[in-house]
Ligand binder design. Structure first.
Ligand code: OSB
Ligand code: MG
Length: 393
C-alpha cells in the first residue's frame, strides 16, 4: 500500500522512539441499544477488536472496525485477528517507533487489510500523543475545539418508526440526519421525512445497493434537496459513479470506494464524487487519512468523518480526526448512548444540545479506558511480545 505524505508533526518533530513491549489484541462484545440495519444486513451487537500497545508503563489504544461478516468490506474480526497475529503485530514489535509514518512504512510490504492495519496505527498514535503529553487531536493537526455531528438512522420496520427516530435525533440537536436506503426503502421514505422536516440537513446512504441501471430512479432523489447521496453504486465502480454524478444534481459522497489516497485521487479526477466520507479504518490508518485530508483540502472537496458503530475508543479517535480543518460537514459521530448502554471509556461521548461534541484536551485519547468494564466484556485476548506469542484467557 502506498504511504502518503504526512504533516511534519508526525515526522520531523517526533519524540524519541518508543520501544513497543507488547501488543494485546482482544475481542470485546457490546450489545447495541437497538439493531442497526443497512442495505447489506442487520447487526444487534458489536464484536469489537481492540489493539493495545504497551510501552514504558503507558498504553495506546486502537480499534479495528471490521464486522463479524464480510459485508461492508471483505475484512472480518477473524481476518483482522489473523493478520494482526501473524504479520502486523510482529512488525510493530520489530524495533522502536517514533512516528506513525514509520509504522506505515513497516507495514507497507503487506497488501490490504486496512482495518487491521488501522487498529495498530490508531493505538500507536494514542501512545505517541500521550507520551508527548499532547491531545491526540493536536498531535494529528486538529484545530477545532468542538466538532459538528449528525446521526445515521438504519432501515426501520416502517416509516412511522423512522419518523419517530428522526424527530428524536433532531430534538437532541444532531445537525444532520442520514437515512440508510435500499431498493424498496428509498424515495417514499425520504419524501415522508422531508415532508415532516422541510429544512433539516438530510442525506441518504445506500451502501452500494444500486447499479447504473437504477439511474432514473436515483434521479428521483434530486427532488428532496439532500446534502448528499452516499455510495449509491458498487465499491469498485468509480467510473459508474462518475457517470451517475453527471446526471444528478445532488452531490455523490463516496464511502466504500475510498480505500486510500490512490482511490481518493482517482475518484476526484474522474468526478465520481463531490464529497468524501473519511473512515480511518477503511483507509488503513492515520497515515492514509491525513494524506486524503490534505488532498481534499487542496482540491476544496468537503470531507466528513464516517462511523462504523465504534466503541468509545474508536469514537474518540474519530473525534480527534474530525477536529482537522478539512472536516467541514457533520460527522457520523453520535453520543455513546445512541449505540450502547455503557461504553468502554469514561466519560462517555456526549453530544451538546447544539449538535456538537467537545474535542477533549487531555493527553492521548483524552478519555480514560474503563479497564474493568473492558475486562468484563472481553471474550478473548492474545498478547504478543517480541518473537513469541502467549495466549491469555
Ligand atoms: O456506511 O456509513 C456506513 C455503520 C456500519 C457500517 C457502515 C456504515 C455505518 C453507518 C453508521 O452509517 C455510522 C455510525 O457509526 O454512527
Ligand atoms: Mg456509508
Amino acid at each position: 500500500m502506498a504511504v502518503g505524505k504526512v504533516p511534519p508533526d508526525l515526522g520531523a518533530r517526533a519524540p524519541a522512539a518508543l520501544e513497543i513491549e507488547a501488543v494485546e489484541v482482544r475481542r470485546v462484545r457490546l450489545p447495541l441499544q437497538e439493531p442497526f440495519e443497512t442495505s447489506f444486513g442487520s447487526v444487534s451487537s458489536r464484536l469489537i477488536v481492540l489493539v493495545e500497545l504497551r510501552s514504558g508503563g503507558r498504553s495506546g489504544w486502537g480499534e479495528v472496525v471490521a464486522g463479524e461478516e464480510p459485508r461492508y468490506s471483505y475484512e472480518t474480526v477473524e481476518t483482522a485477528g489473523h493478520v494482526l497475529r501473524d504479520y502486523f503485530a510482529p512488525a510493530a514489535l520489530a524495533g522502536p517507533l517514533a512516528t506513525i509514518e514509520e509504522l506505515a512504512v513497516r507495514l507497507s510490504g503487506f497488501r490490504g487489510h486496512p482495518m487491521a492495519r488501522a487498529g495498530l496505527e490508531l493505538a500507536l498514535a494514542d501512545l505517541l500523543a500521550a507520551a508527548r503529553g499532547r491531545p491526540l487531536s493536536r498531535f494529528l493537526g486538529g484545530v477545532r475545539e468542538r466538532i459538528p455531528v449528525g446521526v445515521s438512522l438504519g432501515i426501520q420496520r416502517d416509516v412511522e418508526a423512522l419518523l419517530e427516530r428522526v424527530d428524536r435525533y433532531v430534538n437532541l440537536g444532531y445537525q444532520r440526519i442520514k437515512l440508510k436506503i435500499k431498493p424498496g426503502w428509498d424515495l417514499a421514505v425520504v419524501a415522508a421525512v422531508r415532508r415532516r422536516h422541510p429544512d433539516i440537513r438530510l442525506s441518504v446512504d445506500a451502501n452500494a445497493a444500486y447499479t447504473l441501471a437504477d439511474r432514473k430512479h436515483l434521479k428521483g432523489l434530486d427532488a428532496f434537496r439532500l446534502l448528499m447521496i452516499e455510495q449509491p453504486l458498487g465499491d469498485d465502480d468509480l467510473l459508474d459513479h462518475a457517470e451517475l454524478q453527471k446526471e444528478l444534481e445532488t452531490p455523490i459522497c463516496l464511502d466504500e470506494s475510498i480505500t486510500g489516497l490512490h482511490a481518493a485521487r482517482q475518484a476526484l479526477d474522474l468526478g465520481s464524487c463531490r464529497i468524501v466520507n473519511m473512515k480511518v479504518g477503511r483507509v488503513g490508518g492515520y497515515s492514509q487519512a491525513l494524506a486524503i485530508h490534505g488532498l481534499c483540502v487542496e482540491r476544496k472537496v468537503p470531507l466528513w468523518c464516517g462511523g462504523m458503530l465504534e466503541s468509545g475508543i474508536g469514537r474518540a479517535h474519530n473525534i480527534a480526526l474530525a477536529s482537522l480543518p478539512g472536516f467541514e460537514l457533520p460527522g457520523d459521530i453520535s453520543a455513546s448512548r445512541r449505540y450502547f448502554a455503557r461504553d468502554l471509556i469514561v466519560p462517555e461521548v456526549a453530544v451538546n444540545p447544539d449538535g456538537t461534541i467537545d474535542v477533549p484536551r487531555g493527553p492521548g485519547l483524552g478519555f480514560e479506558v474503563d479497564r474493568d468494564f473492558v475486562a468484563a466484556r472481553t471474550e478473548a485476548v492474545e498478547r504478543f511480545v517480541k518473537r513469541e506469542r502467549t495466549a491469555a484467557s
